[in-house]
Design a protein around this ligand. Sequence first.
Ligand code: PRP
Ligand code: MN
Ligand code: MG
Length: 175
Amino acid sequence: MDDKIRILLSEEEVAKRVKEVADQISRDYKGKPLHLICILKGGVFFTCELAKRIELPLTMDFMSVSSYGAGTVSSGIVKIIKDLDDPIEGKDVLIVEDIIDSGNTLAYLIEVLKQRNPNSIELCTLLDKPERRVKDQVKVKYTCFTVPDQFIIGYGLDFDQLYRNLPYIGVIEQQ
Ligand code: PRP
Ligand code: MN
Ligand code: MG
């Protein structure tokens, strides 16, 4: 646990940007049955901060998927650990993620969720790491920040399950 962490985005920078994106979502979804789907575990902090700032009635559900396990490279095989509780038919679904890296997780999720007939399905991510994308059919409607190809932690993102609770976004420096 003596990893050296460098702050990439401070708590204040993240809060400001999350508010801007929440305002944009509030405008875009006015009058629609907005249904946020939080992708656990990484998406949990961002989903809570975002949801508190969206000025619309909304519903929420949670899905837990994993493609990394304890490793730092996507296995490409996405496992559903916990499915949604509620049907999404007819709803305007917004998937909320902490980061899009290879795109494997979201490509799989969109495929699975489209078959359940939502009225619409869009993506909102805290971080996008486009350099690593292998699934380029993943179109993201809302991105808070684009980040370089480094191993990112904090604000929900883990390294071997640790560091999710950091209030800022950081990178682990090579020792
Ligand atoms: C991480 C992250 C995204 C996904 C992004 O989740 O939270 O869900 O990987 O990577 P991809 O675009 O290459 O698929 P992870 O599988 O580590 O599970 P976790 O959220 O529980 O940490
Ligand atoms: Mn995740
Ligand atoms: Mg993870």
